[in-house]
Design a protein around this ligand. Structure first.
Ligand code: DOR
Ligand code: ZN
Ligand code: ZN
Length: 428
């Protein structure tokens, strides 16, 4: 029986209210403003605990661990760029306690069998929790989709409607229509007019649409318009929209500022202008965006510098960048929690994660809002070992990561030999 107890003392929640927690085993046993000695006695009586590890949070902020719906962990087949071990270590460091992996691996995750192999690899290697998006195939894998969703091996299907890394582009309208008819929530890589098409397919045939990585004002205006239209966005086929940190913090001007950046800062969708950055920030604060997903898409630096390669890493810097933005007055902490923890859990229908609640899994992070740090390539955990934010000086950092009740990152270090990631479960 796993009967560890951790007492997180003297923390604050994102609203600034004092918060203390008891973790028992994998779950949050108690959460309240102040844990009293009588609570400790009750706990001992209830669960028969002898020793309790007490961690003084020193008024730092305690949050649910970040859930990143959008990562490319490159396993299987492309593991020289990343794998479930290195990718999940990078997550733990960055404050991400659950990631969802995309299907554009080698081979792509477009059959139940491939999905099961992926799950086995993640189970062996991941130090944080994981889930998977199944891939829609241009070779028509409707029967596989049906089976995967029926067995709840995955809840979501990812489709690529524009050319990007991997060979998963679907152009055939009949196949697209069938995929929408036979899926639950569909995640799309859709740019420009493909956004209209995705909204249309969802409205006519689909059961929910999650539009990944909106880069620009023009494209976001379309999505917001769709989201406001009850015919297009309703409980039968809801529409969600994600932005990435790189479309918030980076732009063409930064990309074009050096020969190195001209190659490193390429991705799909491409970076846009500072006007687009500002529009995305405004929409974020107005509640028009549902989630921040990193689109963590690592490639080795040599590959990036040798020829145009789309994608950049993100899991180690996403929360730090957002906390820095909080310190600059660009966003509220509770909004960060909503976009990065709560909404991803709700949209993906994840069981017992994404919130600090009694009975939920103890996926918890502690952030120091005053801590200043510099993004340094050689300190990164990701196998690609570079960051588009190299040498950026940020204020605000994750300092403690707890996954399923176990500490996996503390005092700047990953706790070795703790493979504590679990596959997430869905409540619906
Ligand atoms: O830039 C990108 N890289 N965009 C994508 O859609 C895929 C990703 C990758 O897998 O490298
Ligand atoms: Zn994409
Ligand atoms: Zn992606």
């Amino acid at each position: 029986m796993d009967n560890r107890v951790i007492y997180l003392k003297n923390g604050k929640d994102v609203y600034g209210k004092k918060t203390e927690l008891f973790i028992y085993g994998e779950k949050i046993y108690q959460i309240k403003e102040e844990i009293k000695s009588s609570d400790v006695d009750n706990l001992k009586k209830d669960v028969g605990i002898q020793t309790i590890r007490i961690i003084d949070l020193k008024e730092n902020t305690v949050m649910p661990g970040v859930i990143d719906i959008h990562t490319h962990m490159r396993e299987p087949g492309i593991t020289y760029k990343e794998d479930f071990e290195t990718g999940s270590r990078a997550c733990a460091k960055g404050g991400i306690t659950t990631f969802f992996d995309m299907p554009n691996t080698l081979p792509p995750t477009t059959s139940l069998n491939e999905l099961i192999l992926k799950k086995e690899a993640a189970k062996r290697k991941a130090i944080v929790n994981y889930g998977f998006h199944f891939g829609g195939s241009n070779k028509n894998n409707i029967n596989e989709i049906k089976q995967v969703l029926k067995n709840k091996e995955a809840n979501t299907v990812k489709i690529f409607m524009n050319v990007t890394t991997g060979e998963m582009l679907i152009e055939n309208e009949k196949i697209l229509k069938e995929i929408f008819k036979n899926s639950k929530l569909i995640l799309v890589h859709a740019e420009n007019e493909m956004i209209d098409q995705a909204l249309f397919l969802n409205e006519k045939y689909g059961n929910g649409l999650y539009i990944c990585h909106i880069p620009s004002k023009e494209e976001l205006i379309k999505v917001i318009k769709g989201k406001k239209d009850k015919k297009i966005n309703n409980y039968k086929h809801p529409v969600y929209v994600e932005v990435t940190p790189h479309h918030l913090f980076l732009n063409e001007k930064i990309r074009e500022s050096s020969e190195r950046n001209k190659l490193l800062l390429r991705m799909k969708p491409e970076l846009r202008t500072s006007i687009d950055n500002e529009f995305l920030w405004e929409a974020l604060n107005k509640g028009e965006i549902d989630t921040i997903g990193t689109d963590h898409a690592p490639h080795l630096i040599n590959e990036k510098l040798e020829k145009v390669t789309f994608g950049m890493p993100g899991v180690e810097t996403s929360l730090g960048l957002m906390l820095n933005a909080f310190n600059e007055g660009k966003i509220k902490l509770e909004k960060i929690q909503e976009l990065m923890c709560e909404n991803p859990a709700k949209i993906m229908k994840i069981k017992e994660r994404g919130f600090l609640k009694e009975g939920y899994y103890a996926d918890i992070i502690v952030v120091d809002l005053t801590k200043k740090w510099k993004v340094t390539n050689k300190e990164l955990e990701s196998k690609c070992r570079w960051s588009p934010y190299e040498n950026w000086e940020l204020q605000g950092k994750n300092i403690l990561t707890i996954v399923n009740g176990k500490i996996v990152y503390e005092n700047g270090k990953i706790q070795e030999n703790i493979k504590n990631g679990k596959e997430i479960e869905f409540y619906e």
